[in-house]
Design a protein around this ligand. Structure first.
Ligand SMILES: [Ca+2]
Ligand SMILES: [Ca+2]
Ligand SMILES: [Ca+2]
Length: 332
């Protein structure tokens, strides 16, 4: 992203969002939608009168040129939906619109910033909107690899994590934090915006999507996908003893023979004395019984205490259903 665009974001933050106004461009609705996605954003929604008034000001600042917003009735005529998943409630239609003249299915800011349905293939400017909150970049679901599974993208979430292509990124069901969707998820926000990411969060969830553990790491000046998962970048966690105890493995790639990823291990001393805090277990035929040989992989094991645990003391070990990673962008 250009530095000017980041500057722009500072100037036009509103509430929990940043807005990027692209007035010096001619884009179809689809081109604008993709361009916003490439900014880790979506074509803007307008959820209430306050946001409409805010966008009207931005619109006036660029001379009132036509700008796409993220609203269309492409799928079902006269059923308008927001690109970012917001429920369509508020509207600010220009008089006599939407009129679906010649099957107009996409919406833009028109005179006075009121909305007009317009042919999606017309080429105009657009506004992208991006949250300042955590954005999901990766998600893995426990137990989806049958013992016969041979696709590493299924049994080893690390292969999904390092994939150079997005996986299930256009499937809203794959973004849910419960385990209703039996597949992993990855978008390219982290890969494409590494230099703009300030913090990264790994969270664990139960089967209905309730968070059971999370850790946050500082991403400032991290220049690759993995090197944030280290002790001196840890900002918060449930564990009091990470800084006072040593670790024999603390890395995303983890222990590559046993194939334990995002492995936060205190020590190995023969399987019965292995201790640690967190592990993504992926091996179909693991070497230690604490890796729960009979259970389908992957497994997300974590200490449910506020200290390390012996992995063999099962009453101290939680098994999460979903493992997700989020980023916060840099808006300073
Ligand atoms: Ca139509
Ligand atoms: Ca229409
Ligand atoms: Ca119209």
């Amino acid at each position: 992203m250009q530095e000017t665009e980041r500057m722009c974001c500072q100037l036009i933050a509103y509430g929990d969002y940043c807005y990027y106004v692209h007035s010096q461009t001619d884009s179809t609705y689809e081109q604008a939608r993709v361009a916003c996605e490439n900014e880790a954003a979506t074509l803007t929604s307008v959820v209430d009168a306050d946001e409409q008034a805010f966008l009207a000001q931005l619109h006036a600042n660029v001379g009132g040129t036509f700008l796409w917003i993220g609203l269309n009735d492409i799928t079902i005529e006269n059923t308008f939906v927001w690109e970012d998943g917001n429920t369509f409630v508020f509207s600010a239609w220009a008089s006599s619109n939407p009129d679906n003249s010649n099957n107009e299915d996409c919406v833009h800011l028109s005179a006075g910033s009121l909305w007009n349905d317009y042919s999606c293939g017309n080429s105009i400017g657009y506004i992208c909107k991006r949250t300042k909150d955590w954005m999901l970049v990766f998600k893995a679901v426990a137990g989806i690899a049958l013992p016969t599974e041979t696709d590493a993208l299924v049994y080893d979430p690390y292969q999904v994590w390092i994939s150079s292509t997005a996986i299930n990124a256009d499937n809203p069901a794959a973004k849910l934090l419960d385990n209703s969707f039996s597949g992993h998820y990855k978008n390219l926000i982290l890969d494409q915006h590494l230099g703009e990411i300030r913090e990264i969060k790994m969270g664990l969830y139960n089967s209905v999507g309730v968070e059971v553990m999370h850790m946050v790491f500082n991403m400032t000046d991290v220049t690759d996908r993995d090197s944030w998962f280290v002790k001196n970048r840890l900002l918060s966690s449930p564990y009091d003893d990470i800084f006072t105890e040593g670790q024999n493995v603390f890395s995303v790639i983890g222990e590559t023979v046993a194939v334990r990823r995002w492995y936060l291990s205190r020590n190995h001393n023969g399987c019965p004395d292995d201790t640690g805090w967190f592990a993504v277990i992926t091996h179909i035929s693991p070497s230690c019984t604490w890796e729960l040989t009979a259970e389908q992989k992957p497994l997300f094991l974590y200490s449910i205490r506020n200290t390390y645990v012996n992995w063999n003391t099962y009453s101290d070990v939680g098994k999460a259903d979903v493992f997700a990673i989020f980023v916060k962008m840099d808006y300073l």
